[in-house]
Design a binder for this molecule. Structure first.
Ligand code: HDE
Length: 729
């Protein structure tokens, strides 16, 4: 068995042996997995004698058409691509389980939300929206957060995003939105980016997109890690209990590691240095046993309280502020196993918001209603027919059977004479056809209305919640939003679109619009000229709050941890390994992941002639791939680092991106390039120790330095550094 196979088998064995419900899916998948063989065969099982040479008429003669082995191999290769997803093509996924904290029977009869001892297997796929399958992970975009629960009552898919609202209110506009944001059709540029004319042309003409644009221009759209994002069901759904009583529900995923973003300059650089940054981060965390966790949160609204919210629950451009309806955390999601095969699992998984279980139902949100059609439809062309539910990753773990038959790639061998119902020749009379009380029950909402092709006036206010979002941001988050709007709009070739967009923003916040407009070479924002101005005045939302702290990222919701945060330790020949060790030990004890970065692979010699192993070099990695930097002591080593442009750049860039930096003894020399000296006051998040620190015990300098550094990393970023604009990086 190859090393890879052994690792995969080990992973499977370690989780399979617990025998809990969470592994029902894994055991099912086992039946479909294949290990590397000892010899190669054709697809018909015939052993292949030679996998290097085709069959020819003489060694220098033409290849024979008869060579069925060559033909089979090439034919399969010719057909091994399938269409990528129309949206959310770029994704990464993992297996895990969900466990409810206590029975939710008061609100829903969904079986997987009843028993706190039961673990329900899940497969979760994260994605960007606009980019192609091979595009970079860290582009500015919404992230998909799709969870498939393999429950005992059938598959339940919660197909959400990392932003709680959406660009449009009605499914009718979805193809237009996506055509506008995708690369422009004449030259297929730009890839995975909204910063181009067609997107902003559309957005500026669709004032309902304003709230979502505020989120998309915030740091939410450049997450530090998939493990550090919130997730949202976006639409209002229904919970229905065994008595048939219904509550409206909004779903939330709250990450245990807090909510953190990148810096835009950093995100762009990572897209080149490691386009797989998020995919790698998720994969490595799971391989190393740092299983990412989220809590499932619900906001529950009794139907008779919906009206009092002051906005329409069916409008997907609105959220319910947590200060108005608190989020109750009802269970946890743990991702603990990487897929065995990207294509078979991550690519072939087919989510659908219409995959619900008894106890969960839809609302009349017109965006959701359109989605209920789209997701099965799209799989039929993407996965090549109507039998995609039989693919291993999509297959329910509970038995499923009906009278649907045949079609491309059918796997199931349905026994017997009948494929219709009712019947007397098979088991037809046992099936209930009276809409009786078994199985999934649609909530019997009363509806009597004329058919109309119109938008509800209760959807008209496009700016009040956008303003709530903006007002709720910290100063630095507001700055990032301004900078993001400026960047995106500066990329447009048509000034009139820039103008129309800032006119719209003037309805959110006059100052915001002015600041965005400043460097764009356009006129003053003119709110009256904005699209959608008239409608919004008549149906303004009244909110009881001006700010919602829960919408802020800077509070982070983190538990102050540095678990899995990446620290680069910069070394060169002559560093002081004794000063390095206690800090490194303390970091690793706190769960941080340290990598030694040096001038070459192999080792460097410390001041005391000890060999220090190098993990990465200044040329094959970069500060943007780390959360923090440690510069050890040692006169010779520090001088060597200070003389190396890449090392200096590493520190400058980390500083500019507001990351925690720690320098010890002579290592502080490197910080002198930043104007940071032991005598001066260190800027926020820069921890300096004037003399080498060698031992770790309570109250020693090393302990204090390590604690300060860990606390600085746990803060994620130090936004209050004043001079970062002047730092070249
Ligand atoms: Fe999707 N969406 N969407 N979407 N969506 C797809 O289905 C669609 C919307 C979301 O990891 C497609 O299987 C319409 C909102 C995620 O495989 C497609 C509308 C939200 C994923 C589709 C929306 C989402 C998709 C493409 C408006 C957040 C990736 C491939 C009416 C709540 C799932 C596929 C995965 C994927 C249609 C709007 C989330 C074309 C028509 C709102 C996370 O069917």
């Amino acid at each position: 068995m190859s090393a890879q196979n052994k690792a995969a088998a080990g992973r499977r064995a370690s989780t399979a042996k617990t025998g809990d419900g969470a592994n029902a899916k894994q055991l099912q998948l086992e039946g479909f997995t294949a290990e590397h063989p000892t010899h190669l065969t054709t697809n018909q099982g015939l052993q292949i004698p030679d996998n290097h040479n085709s069959l020819k008429a003489g060694v220098r003669g033409p290849t024979l058409l008869e060579d069925f082995i060559l033909r089979e191999k090439i034919t399969h290769f010719d057909h091994e691509r399938i269409p990528e997803r129309a949206v959310h093509a770029r994704g990464s996924a993992a297996h895990g389980y969900f466990q409810v904290y206590q029975s939710m029977s008061q609100y829903t009869c969904a079986d997987f939300l009843q028993d706190p001892d039961a673990k329900t297997p899940v497969f979760v796929r994260f994605s960007t929206v606009a980019g192609s399958r091979g595009s970079a992970d860290t582009v500015r975009d919404v992230r998909g957060f799709a969870v498939k629960f393999y429950t005992r009552e059938g598959n339940y898919d919660l197909v959400g995003n990392n932003i709680p609202v959406f660009f449009i209110q009605d499914a009718m506009k979805f193809p237009d939105l996506i055509h506008a944001v995708k690369p422009e059709p004449h030259h297929e540029m730009p890839q995975a980016a909204s910063a181009h004319d067609t997107f902003w042309d559309f957005a500026s003409l669709m004032p309902e997109s304003t709230h979502m644009l505020m989120w998309a221009m915030s740091d939410r759209a450049i997450p530090r890690s998939l493990r550090m994002m919130e997730g949202f069901g976006v639409h209002t759904f229904r919970f229905v209990n065994a008595r048939g009583e219904s509550h409206f529900v909004k779903f939330h995923w709250k990450p245990k590691l807090g909510v953190h973003g990148l810096v835009w300059d950093e995100a762009q650089k990572i897209a080149g240095k490691d386009p797989d940054f998020h995919r790698r981060d998720l994969w490595e965390a799971i391989e190393q046993g740092h299983f990412p966790e989220w809590e499932l949160g619900v906001q529950l609204i009794a139907p008779d309280r919906a009206e009092a919210l002051g906005f329409d629950l069916l409008d997907p451009t609105k959220l319910i502020p947590e200060e108005m309806v608190p989020v109750q955390r009802i269970g946890k999601l743990v991702l603990n196993r990487n897929p065995d095969n990207f294509f078979a699992e991550t690519e072939q998984v087919a989510f659908h918001p219409g995959h619900v279980v008894p106890g969960i139902d839809f609302s009349n949100d017109p965006l959701l209603q359109g989605r209920l059609f789209s997701y099965t439809d799209t799989q039929i062309s993407r996965l090549g027919g109507a039998n995609f539910h039989e693919l291993p990753i999509n297959k329910a773990v509970c038995p499923f059977h009906n009278m649907q038959r045949d079609g491309m790639h059918r796997q199931t061998i349905a026994r017997g004479q009948v494929a219709y119902e009712p019947n007397t020749l098979g088991s037809g009379t046992e099936f209930r056809v009276d809409g009786g009380s078994h199985g999934f029950q649609s909530f019997p909402e009363e509806i009597e209305s004329p058919k109309v092709r119109r938008r509800s006036p209760s959807f008209d206010d496009h700016f009040t919640q956008a303003r709530l979002f903006f007002n709720s941001q910290s100063t630095v988050e507001k700055e990032h939003i301004v900078a993001a709007f400026r960047f995106e709009l500066s990329k447009l070739e048509v000034p009139a679109i820039r103008q129309r967009m800032v006119d719209n923003l003037a309805h959110v916040d006059e100052k915001l619009a002015r600041r965005v407009a400043e460097p764009l070479g356009i006129g003053e924002p003119d709110a009256k000229a904005a699209a959608g101005y008239a409608g919004f005045r008549d149906h303004r939302i009244e909110l009881p709050i001006d700010e919602s702290p829960a919408l802020r990222m800077s509070d982070g919701n983190a538990d102050g941890v540095v678990r899995t945060r990446k620290v680069a330790i910069l070394v060169a020949d002559g560093v002081d390994s004794a000063s390095l060790k206690p800090i490194r030990d303390a970091l690793e004890q706190a769960g941080a992941l340290c990598k030694v970065v040096g001038p070459r692979l192999g080792t460097v010699a410390s001041a005391s002639k000890r060999q220090i192993d190098i993990d990465m070099t200044f040329t094959n990695t970069a500060s943007v791939l780390f959360d923090a930097v440690l510069v050890p002591a040692g006169a010779e080593g520090a001088a060597a680092l200070a003389a190396q442009g890449d090392a200096v750049h590493f520190v400058l860039e980390a500083y500019k991106h507001c990351k925690a930096i720690c320098a010890i003894g002579e290592g502080v020399q490197l910080l002198a390039t930043l104007g940071v000296t032991p005598e001066g006051e260190a800027p926020a998040g820069v921890v300096v120790a004037e003399t080498p620190v060698t031992n770790l015990g309570d109250a020693t300098p090393a302990t204090r330095i390590a604690q300060d550094f860990i606390a600085a990393i746990a803060k994620h970023r130090h936004w209050d550094r004043l001079n970062i604009d002047s730092v070249p990086a």
